[in-house]
Ligand binder design. Structure first.
Ligand SMILES: CC(C)(COP(=O)(O)OP(=O)(O)OC[C@H]1O[C@@H](n2cnc3c(N)ncnc32)[C@H](O)[C@@H]1OP(=O)(O)O)[C@@H](O)C(=O)NCCC(=O)NCCS
Length: 320
């Protein structure tokens, strides 16, 4: 397997059948690695899997569009303040590629966004390859261990990974680095949709990425375009504001916007506007934006309700 188009993404409710398939494959392939059994999970009906896909914070590794691995990031019932990696699995065809590391990094990024400094896991003594992999990606045994409920002989060692390399970092990026986020979060992950913008490579366009480790989790692009309600004024238009599904609500989008607006102000910008989804209005209003009265419209591109929002930059008050 070349792994040329290998990617890891947060799983969504609509991934229920893919989740079922890869989880059952894992339980069949490596029964001693997990607390749950194949028989137990095979008996779950479609509705149960639909519920799991909604409730679990899970990640899928895909190679050439095929699911080749999964992992979960969760807090532990007995340790609510800790974040754990669970259900880690890579199909035999994708072992030895970057899939396993990308999965662990995706979960590490999520854990870091939740404010913890260590990601924990339990690894069974029956899966030495897994133990070797975890050591390779800097998990260290904590000295604690426990046995699986269903089989006392299956001892599991606790390991922890320091998340210092996963602090939130905001930087200017090439637009292409943000296309996967644009497509997944804003365009339903539709392969046929072109998520590039003709203005992306103009010198006046500015693109910001928010990263947790190497994983891009927030995107925002700014184009030097006057607002339709003030065509005589220089302004920037914000487009493609997106935070990945698993880290929404952690304050990362607001941090990125604050930093981006600071930089645009330094570049001499004094006014900024956007066509914002009405579903995201509370986010914008909480970060100082105002809604242009009577500006509700349906986007031709997405069919979603939008309003025009604006903000003045620098010292000025929020006026048109
Ligand atoms: C655990 C898992 C996700 C790791 O992914 P992977 O792609 O196989 O990992 P890698 O190949 O990058 O690393 C595995 C390492 O173990 C080594 N290894 C292979 N077989 C081994 C064995 N029997 N004993 C010890 N080490 C072994 C490999 O050589 C490799 O190290 P290297 O890169 O230094 O040579 C994957 O093997 C898997 O899904 N296994 C089955 C399910 C499982 O055990 N899950 C863990 C639940 S806690």
């Amino acid at each position: 397997m070349s792994g040329d188009t290998l990617r890891v993404r947060p799983g969504l409710a609509r991934d229920a059948s893919a989740l079922r398939a890869i989880r059952l494959e894992a339980l069949r392939d490596s029964p001693d690695a997990y607390g749950e059994t194949y028989a137990e999970c095979e008996a779950w009906d479609e509705q149960t899997w639909a519920l799991k896909a909604q409730e679990w914070n899970f990640y899928l590794a895909e190679s050439d569009g095929q699911v080749v691995g999964m992992a979960r990031g969760e807090s532990h019932d007995d340790h609510l303040e800790m974040r754990f990696l669970f259900a880690m699995y890579v199909s035999p065809s994708a072992r030895g590629t970057d899939a396993a590391r990308l999965l662990v990094d995706a979960v590490s990024a999520w854990a870091s966004a939740q404010g913890v400094t260590t990601l924990y896991l339990y690894v069974s003594i029956a899966v030495p390859r897994a133990r070797a992999f975890y050591s390779k990606v800097d998990f260290v045994a904590t000295g604690s261990s426990l046995s699986m409920h269903r089989d006392e002989a299956l001892v599991c060692d606790e390991m922890g990974r320091d998340l210092a390399n996963f602090a939130f970092d905001i930087r200017r990026v090439a637009p292409q680095e943000l296309y996967d986020l644009r497509r997944r979060v804003l365009r339903d992950d539709t392969p046929a949709v072109d998520v590039s913008n003709p203005a992306d490579d103009l010198e006046s366009a500015v693109h910001f990425g928010g990263f947790l480790g190497e994983r891009a989790v927030v995107s925002a692009s700014f184009y030097a375009v006057a607002a339709p309600f003030a065509p005589e004024k220089d302004a920037y238009q914000l487009r493609y504001m997106a935070t990945d599904f698993d880290v929404q609500g952690c304050g990362l989008g607001a941090q990125l916007l604050a930093r981006a607006l600071e930089e645009l102000t330094q570049r001499g910008a004094n006014s900024i506007w956007a066509n914002a989804r009405t579903s995201a209005l509370s986010f914008y209003e909480a970060t100082g934006w105002s809604v242009l009265p009577d500006s509700l419209f349906v986007s031709r591109e997405t069919g979603i309700d939008h309003v025009v929002i604006f903000r003045s930059l620098g010292q000025g008050s929020t006026t048109l």
